[in-house]
Write a protein that binds this ligand. Structure first.
Ligand code: ATP
Ligand code: MG
Length: 266
């Protein structure tokens, strides 16, 4: 069964896109068929996968508004080895334009249905907001991956995200669950990083992924070459961590099959 996961956190700059792009590339290296959905008007996942967001013939914007289907809008990331449903600034307008449409929360879910079987994993990179776009991501997904930096304010805002996920689970998508919290941009030399990391483990137990993504400059450099870090410098610590995370996801995805129970949400 295809696993559909959102990478979400309403905080900005916490590593959502880096995670979505490199997990996509890591899974592709493990011979998984992957579609990366860019649900952010910033189009960072699109660019990071090596696709020029300025020259798209169709994008997720047209898909959400029913003017194109996913099959015509998807493009191949040659540098990453996966497909991309790309986004650009036009998508910012969709938020408003969808307001009057029917089933506005489930437009992405419905649009993906015809092509779901083409993939083992569909990863959705969400924007930094609990907006209608993110809601579309949550309604389309089986689970949520939450990247977090191990810093003092990491937990602030997490309850808003968890409450949103609980509401979506109760009202719109009974399949939805939190797959796990991913520690990113980790600096093992910082005592605070270690403390927050230990705190996350004691609070959230096995909802915290075993893999930890280190702060690694190669991951930050890769997007300017239009490449996932995993392809740009496969031997770097960051790339190795995302490949390990891919393997952990393959393992977890098998365990987390089936509908969510309310107590699994947080
Ligand atoms: P936004 O909320 O704006 O969508 P985001 O949550 O998607 O942001 P990213 O764009 O992935 O976050 O990352 C923010 C910045 O941190 C980027 O410049 C990125 O290159 C850098 N970055 C992300 N992860 C790492 C890492 N593990 N090591 C070093 N730099 C990183
Ligand atoms: Mg992003």
């Amino acid at each position: 069964m295809t696993k559909i996961f959102c990478v979400a956190n309403q905080k900005g700059g916490v590593g959502k896109t880096t995670t979505a792009v490199n997990l996509a590339a890591g899974l592709a290296k493990l011979s998984q068929r992957v579609l990366l959905v860019d649900l952010d008007p910033q189009g960072n996942a699109t660019m990071g996968a090596g696709i020029n967001k300025a020259t798209l013939t169709a994008s997720i914007y047209e898909v959400l508004l029913g003017m194109s289907d996913v099959d015509s809008a998807r493009v191949r990331s040659e540098t990453g080895g996966f497909d991309v449903l790309p986004a650009n600034r036009e998508l910012a307008g969709a938020e408003v334009e969808m307001v009057d449409l029917e089933q506005r929360e489930t437009r992405l879910k419905l649009a993906l249905e015809p092509i779901v079987a083409d993939y083992d994993f569909i990863l959705i990179d969400c924007p930094p907001a609990l907006s209608m776009l993110t809601l579309n991501g949550l309604c389309a997904a089986h689970g949520v991956i939450i990247p977090m930096q191990c810093e003092y304010y990491a937990l602030e805002g997490l309850s808003d995200l968890v409450n949103t996920i609980k509401k979506v689970h109760a009202k719109l998508n009974p399949d939805l669950k939190i797959i796990g919290l991913l520690r990113v941009m980790f600096d093992p030399r910082m005592t605070l990083s270690q403390q927050v990391s230990a705190q996350l483990e004691s609070h959230f137990g096995d909802k915290v992924f075993k893999t930890i993504i280190p702060r690694n400059v190669r991951l930050a450099e890769a997007p300017s070459y239009g490449m996932p870090g995993v392809s740009f410098d496969p031997s770097s610590k960051g790339a190795q961590a995302y490949i390990a995370f891919g393997a952990e996801m393959v393992q977890r995805a098998a365990q987390f099959a089936g509908p969510a129970r309310a107590q699994e949400l947080a």
